[in-house]
Design a protein around this ligand. Structure first.
Ligand SMILES: Cc1cc2nc3c(=O)[nH]c(=O)nc-3n(C[C@H](O)[C@H](O)[C@H](O)COP(=O)(O)O)c2cc1C
Length: 178
């Protein structure tokens, strides 16, 4: 894969994993890609927890997800990343009162997708999981109140790829040139 768009196109939300562990150096590389992300006022509001210990991961995925969507596949993935946000007073609380833009959420999304694309480049499958109970997740992994979990990312070798990719709107539908 030598083209960035090929890498982006090869990523998919993986919902079928092999249980093989992910070497720590690969997880470090994936987090390094997140660490280098840009952020509003360079506040770097992201925090990460790498959950690999079997009983903690199972508890997180049994008690930390909202009901209604079957996400048992996430328990097979050997790594669950927790993405948390630490809001600063000026950039994240005062500035949005004027602009109504949620800067740290944008920052976290960028960092998370950096991680996802690095994982893709290393041959891993990933899936963002936003259907979570943030407070419960925070308590299970022992984060302090000021760090709010916003999403999980399942990570591991894919057991299979979906037969069809999820559709996207066309460029004409989402972009305009003026
Ligand atoms: C912020 C965010 C939250 C998501 N939450 C979930 C989730 O809770 N469960 C799930 O199965 N997929 C989740 N997804 C995956 C989306 O459903 C998926 O990205 C979308 O359908 C497009 O498919 P693709 O990723 O395979 O291209 C989430 C994706 C994002 C970006």
């Amino acid at each position: 894969m030598n083209d960035f768009l090929d890498l982006v196109s090869s990523r998919f939300s993986c919902r079928c994993y092999l249980p093989d562990p992910v070497p720590k150096e690969d997880v470090v590389r994936i987090l390094e890609a997140a660490r280098l992300a840009p952020s509003a006022c360079n506040k770097q509001p992201w925090r990460f927890a790498v959950i690999t210990e079997e009983s903690l991961r199972t508890r997180l995925l049994e008690e930390g997800l909202l009901p209604g969507i079957n996400m048992d596949w996430a328990k097979v993935a050997p790594v669950t990343l927790v993405l948390g946000m630490k809001r600063s007073l000026v950039t994240h609380k005062v500035a949005p009162m004027l602009s109504d833009v949620d800067y740290p959420l944008i920052d976290l999304g960028i960092a998370g997708e950096h991680a996802v694309l690095q994982a893709t480049e290393l041959g891993y499958g990933t899936c963002w999981i936003g259907w979570i109970k943030p407070k419960k997740v925070r308590k299970i992994i022992g984060w302090p109140r000021e760090i709010q979990p916003q999403a999980l990312i399942a990570l591991g070798k894919p057991a299979s790829a979906p037969e069809k990719r999820t559709p996207r709107l066309s460029l004409d539908e989402i972009a305009e040139w003026k």
